[in-house]
Design a protein. Structure first.
Length: 625
């Protein structure tokens, strides 16, 4: 029986890999108490990552940075080697980066951890960003022409990362979207949606073609890449249909079926949920998608808009191992199904349905956003699903609803470090609902709200300014930034989109389109402009991916090049004196990276506060397969 501390992410201790007895208990699914702690959270399964060394070249030298793993000791230090020769005079203790002044762009670095005074073996060799970025070669699929005579080509769209082959390095899962992709409200046929598994050197592991019976667009294909069964290699989960071709060339269902109607919608035929092998792209099992579409008009319209609104995520519903979450609907009826992938097979953990006798009439219907958030909102050690203006508990029961309706953007995180637990901020699309809300995600209490005004299409929460305690929040309909209590604090930033930890301090930066800016009280300062790259998803102007995928805790940003021939990875060239465990081993942040591609992409948030005057970052309680 677990008895969580009321604010568990303030008290975590790392389960060191050296504690083999504890690791064995963890592997058996038992709660392990860390040394020196009266109580501790259940250890969570995370990826067994390599050191993630990256070298970013500048005119004055190279910034070398690397991961502080969740399985490293608290007091680990590091030495940095160039071609086998140590370059640092004293062990690096207070951070996980080192600036090597005057070094050439092609300098080859490794890092060696020092544990208990003993230097360990060499790390992997650094990924070299010789021009400030690294290009991962990709190959666009051949275009085509739809039955209604519309020609299309392919653009690199959203991406995710996961270790597909078990070598400790993250690989990309890239979605290719045809240029005639559609919003659900738009009629017309689309090209097929295609997904590639790609290693950092550009090697393509597989290509999956979802086929003509999965319509292309931001709301149709939500994919999840995660190691669900703990075998050390990630799996890929997606909705599939007749004619989907897996990475080995095998076809799911009928290869000849064409369920598109005269308007290009797919409103008949079977729908599946398929788990693909991350290494080969092989379809390992397909089950009926839950929920079935049933009567199309019962979702709110008869032409196929609301019935095909899908969301997806990954959550530690038992507090220890990840589960897959697949959902349908948010404007009217909502159904969320949680799945476990164990031993090569799906098991459905639970289904939440706003139409069920348990939930009907309680105000859960019509509350979904264009994305979802995952986190332990009630401090019981298990994850909940925050689904817009409502939340579902780890056991599939409704947790709360504010009945304030649909929204385009939402942010769940430790936004107020003076308050225990997580905070939640969202905006509303309805002109009859509050334009912005701050909600206590533990119970759905509305802390403050702004008056209704309009379709408020953007909102962000993050600590972008050191002049205010905790995070700032702002939205497209507002004219200033606000603090955690809703009080106005100053000039609204130049963008209302994405966030990135980019420079050397712990205040977060603004990411929008193809650039990164630092907020200032009079104006914003441009820190990075991507070279010959494009953003994705129209006015949403999001990168393929943004997050801590290499090096230290700062965040990389990945945009496709303008010709869609490469994914261009940018990593910060700026030194930091702050030491934080890789955010990939904070499971709230890691699942945030996994759901980032879902519908209207949003930035990931960790389970603890990173920002001005932050406390020492907690260590995660994790184990690796």
């Amino acid at each position: 029986m677990q008895h969580p501390h009321p604010h568990p992410h303030r008290r975590r201790r790392v389960l060191r890999s050296a504690l083999t007895g504890a690791a064995a208990l963890v592997a058996a699914g038992l709660t392990v108490l860390s040394p020196g702690s009266a109580e501790a959270a259940t250890a969570r399964q995370v990826e067994k990552l390599d050191r993630g060394v990256v070298s970013v070249h500048t005119s004055s030298g190279n910034l070398v940075s690397w991961r502080w793993l969740g399985t490293d000791p608290d007091d680990v230090s590091f030495n940095v080697y160039r071609a086998g020769t140590k370059v640092n005079s004293a062990p690096v203790t207070g951070s996980t980066n080192y600036f090597h002044s005057g070094a050439a762009a092609e300098a080859d670095y490794t890092v060696r951890a020092i544990v208990g005074g003993v230097e360990q073996a060499d790390s992997v060799h650094a990924v070299q960003l010789r021009t400030g970025y690294k290009d991962v070669p990709i190959s666009p699929p051949a275009g085509g022409t739809t039955p209604d005579g519309v020609a299309y080509t392919y653009e690199a769209n959203d991406a995710s990362v996961a270790d597909l082959d078990g070598d400790g390095a993250l690989d990309f899962v890239l979605k290719w979207q045809p240029t005639n992709a559609k919003d659900n409200s738009q009629s017309g046929c689309t090209g097929n949606t295609i997904l590639d598994g790609v290693k950092l050197d550009g090697s393509r592991l597989w290509r999956i073609d979802l086929g003509r019976n999965i319509r292309s667009g931001a709301h149709y294909t939500q994919f999840q890449a995660y190691d669900y069964d703990g075998d050390g290699k990630a799996e890929i989960a997606m909705k599939t249909a007749d004619g989907t071709v897996d990475g080995t060339g095998a076809v799911i269902g009928s290869p000849s079926a064409d369920h598109r109607n005269s308007s290009g919608y797919v409103l008949s035929g079977p729908e599946y949920l398929t788990m693909f092998n991350g290494l080969t792209g092989k379809a390992m099992q397909s089950v009926d998608y839950v929920p079935a579409r049933g009567t199309v008009s019962s979702w709110g319209d008869s032409y196929g808009n609301r019935v095909d609104r899908f969301l997806a995520g990954t959550a530690y519903l038992d507090g220890a191992r990840p589960s897959l979450v697949m959902a349908r609907g948010y404007y009217t009826r909502t159904v969320i199904a949680a799945w476990d992938w164990r031993g090569g097979a799906f098991t459905r953990r639970w289904t939440f349905d706003t139409n069920s006798s348990t939930n009907s009439g309680k105000g859960y219907d019509g509350q979904g956003s264009h994305s979802l958030s995952v986190g332990d909102v009630d401090n019981d050690g298990k994850d909940e699903i925050v689904y817009g203006a409502m939340a579902v508990d780890d056991n599939g029961n409704g947790l709360w609803t504010t009945k304030t309706g649909h929204g385009d953007a939402q942010h769940l995180g430790d936004l107020d470090p003076s308050h225990a637990g997580l905070e939640y901020f969202k905006v509303s699309e309805s002109a009859s609902q509050p334009a912005e809300l701050s909600i206590n995600p533990a119970n759905g209490t509305v802390n403050w709200k702004l008056a209704a005004c309009c379709d408020n299409g953007r909102g962000v929460a993050g600590d972008i300014w050191a002049g205010n305690d905790g995070a700032e929040v702002w939205s497209a309909s507002d004219t200033s930034i606000r603090d955690e209590g809703g009080a106005t604090k100053g000039r609204e930033p130049s963008s209302v989109n994405f966030l990135s930890w980019w420079d050397g301090d712990t205040v977060r930066e603004l990411l929008d389109g193809t650039h990164i800016d630092k907020y200032g009280t009079s104006s914003d300062t441009r820190l990075l402009t991507g070279a010959s790259v494009h953003s994705n998803n129209g006015t949403k102007a999001t990168p393929s991916l943004s997050g801590d995928i290499l090096g230290d805790w700062r965040e990389e940003v990945v945009w496709p090049t303008s010709d869609n021939k490469a994914l261009r990875i940018y990593s910060t060239p700026i030194e930091t004196s702050t030491k934080i465990t890789t955010l990939l081993h904070d499971t709230m942040y890691r699942t945030g990276l996994a759901w980032q591609n879902t519908a209207y992409n949003q930035p990931p948030h960790p389970s603890f506060f990173i920002g001005n005057a932050m406390a020492t970052a907690p260590r995660p309680t994790v184990y690796t397969p």
